[in-house]
Write a protein that binds this ligand. Structure first.
Ligand SMILES: [Zn+2]
Length: 94
């Protein structure tokens, strides 16, 4: 009855979406339509760990593509995404 909620693909609950798409691309639109704001907050925490761990610069295209791929895995495929393996500091493994 409430058009302000979506069925979140990650937590499978009816919940509030983000106020706007987080990116100006198809993935951003999918997040807006299919991911609730609390799952997005979880992702942002995970993203911060990834950025710090891998030394990513989100202004760089390669870093953004890496993060987009992680979003696909973590939010849309219910996977766990990249393990943070501290023995491989500073490297990105695909
Ligand atoms: Zn959710």
């Amino acid at each position: 009855m409430d058009s302000e909620t979506i069925r979140c693909r990650r937590c499978d609950k009816d919940s509030a979406p983000l106020a706007k798409a987080p990116f100006r691309n198809d993935l951003g639109d999918r997040v807006l339509r299919e991911i609730c704001s609390s799952c997005w907050q979880d992702w942002l925490q995970h993203q911060t760990l990834l950025i710090n761990h891998y030394g990513l610069d989100p202004r760089e295209k390669a870093a953004r593509n890496f993060l987009y791929e992680q979003i696909e895995q973590v939010l849309f495929d219910r996977g766990e995404g990249k393990e943070i393996d501290t023995s491989k500091e500073g490297t990105i493994e695909w």
